[in-house]
Design a protein around this ligand. Structure first.
Ligand SMILES: [Zn+2]
Length: 68
């Protein structure tokens, strides 16, 4: 499931997105599933996780984005 998450975050770049929105848009079973994926992704070059405003739900949460 890493690739769909990666592609989704890359498509939104440079805008950040939270785990909940990733889970909802990609039909992952739970936000925890998205959390596992984004934590893995954050170790990859260009991807960063931090507390910020999600570009989809506008909540201040842990988000991930791809720097461009
Ligand atoms: Zn969100």
């Amino acid at each position: 499931m890493l690739d769909p998450v990666r592609a989704f975050v890359a498509r939104l770049a440079p805008h950040p997105v939270c785990d909940g929105c990733i889970a909802e848009r990609l039909n992952l079973t739970t936000p925890q599933r998205a959390n596992q994926e984004t934590r893995l992704l954050a170790g990859n070059e260009g991807f960063e996780r931090r507390r910020d405003i999600c570009s989809l739900c506008y909540g201040e949460k842990m988000v991930i984005r791809l720097r461009v």
